[in-house]
Design a protein around this ligand. Structure first.
Ligand SMILES: NC(=O)C1=CN([C@@H]2O[C@H](COP(=O)(O)OP(=O)(O)OC[C@H]3O[C@@H](n4cnc5c(N)ncnc54)[C@H](O)[C@@H]3O)[C@@H](O)[C@H]2O)C=CC1
Ligand SMILES: NCC(=O)COP(=O)(O)O
Length: 326
């Protein structure tokens, strides 16, 4: 651990869905050597977890011990089977973590996965995911979701312009205004949080072959090219619209720092294929730092003790790097 990390305020690691693998990943990630405090119910942690309750985030805890800021839940943890009674607790933990980050007590938050369906069923959660809920908690700010690789070179960083949206709704939701906001937020965050002074962004087309000049779709010719040209004149380093199928292999990735994609799977398939265990989900545009592992609740393996903490460790490390840059 370097001096900056030693002095850094801890990151809050939110428990996420108790029935998922989150509570198993929390103690496993201690090996990263990053200061963090788990916010959740200690009764949900695996029985062999060595943990200590802290009242304040700055309370000292010995190495190898998981510091826990207690948040009691009404129901026990049944791996793989979310209990609707716990849904509101999951939501409240995220809000509590955000308050700690906004107040400056924590240097950022790293969220363990939630199960969108369980939160909707158990607490009528009105948001499709963390990203939208965090934007709301921060005062309805404009944010974008980025998934960033940490172990492949050249790096793979992708931004889905539309996020948790049915595919049939994408063409209507994908507007020049939306892509422009994604470009501006991403470019600013690449400079501020990733240390890339003049970020190069690639913009994927919506259609196969980026429309092939109207043969397979019209959005690229109707407005995407004009938007990219206008923003390029301002000095932004942009390329596109590019055919999405040929923009993610290594030589192509060497030509840009982040890709703005039209929809969820166009962005997430390449990164989860290239770097599932090292991928990190980052919300750009928030007034505080938020990262997350790139995977979900993995109910199929919850309780088996086999969940891989690599993505959580990568998420904690990235949050710590971002915090030291700020
Ligand atoms: N940031 C978040 O809160 C996220 C939440 N989700 C939610 O998670 C739920 C389940 O989503 P799925 O699409 O099934 O994706 P998933 O990532 O939970 O699981 C996909 C496959 O990957 C495996 N896997 C995932 N993480 C792993 C790990 N750390 N170690 C070993 N194997 C791992 C699982 O066992 C499963 O076979 C959904 O409700 C989804 O919305 C999904 C992605 C991110
Ligand atoms: N597929 C990515 C995902 O579901 C992450 O969503 P969020 O909870 O971070 O908004």
């Amino acid at each position: 651990m370097d001096r900056a990390e030693l002095k850094m305020k801890p990151i809050i690691l939110t428990c996420g869905e108790p029935a998922g693998i989150g509570p198993e990943l929390a103690p496993k990630a201690l090996s990263a050597g990053i200061p963090y405090v788990y916010l959740g119910d200690p009764a949900h942690l695996p029985a062999d977890t060595i943990w200590q309750e802290v009242e304040h985030l700055s309370d000292p805890v010995e190495a190898g011990v998981l510091p826990v800021l207690r948040h009691d839940f009404p129901a026990p943890r049944l791996p793989g089977q979310p209990d609707p009674r716990n849904a509101q607790g999951v939501i409240d933990v995220i809000a509590r973590a955000v308050a700690l980050a906004i107040s400056g007590e924590a240097s950022g938050i790293c969220t363990l996965p939630i199960n969108k369906q369980a939160l909707k069923a158990g607490a009528a959660f009105p948001f499709p995911g963390h990203t939208e809920y965090l934007a709301h908690l921060a005062g309805d700010v404009d944010v974008v979701m980025m998934l960033a690789s940490t172990t492949v070179s050249p790096p793979c960083r992708v931004v889905p312009a539309t996020i948790h949206l049915a595919l049939r709704e994408v063409p209507t939701a994908l507007t020049p205004d939306l892509i422009e906001r994604c470009i501006r937020i991403t470019a600013a965050a690449m400079s501020r949080d990733f240390g890339i002074a003049h970020p190069r962004l690639a913009i994927a087309g919506l259609n196969p072959h980026a429309g092939e000049h109207g043969v397979m779709g019209h959005e690229e010719d109707e407005w995407m090219r004009a938007l990219i040209a206008r923003l390029s004149e301002e000095g932004l380093a942009l390329r596109g619209p590019l055919p999405a199928d040929t923009m993610f292999h290594a030589p192509a990735r060497a030509g840009y720092d982040a890709a703005i994609c039209a929809y969820h799977d166009q962005a997430l398939i390449p990164i989860k294929t290239l770097d599932f265990s090292g991928g990190v989900n980052v919300t750009l545009g928030l007034p505080f730092i938020r990262t997350s592992p790139d995977h979900g609740t993995a109910f199929d393996i919850a309780g088996k003790g086999i969940a891989d903490p690599a993505s959580t460790i990568a998420a904690l490390k990235l949050a710590s790097e971002m915090a030291s840059r700020r």
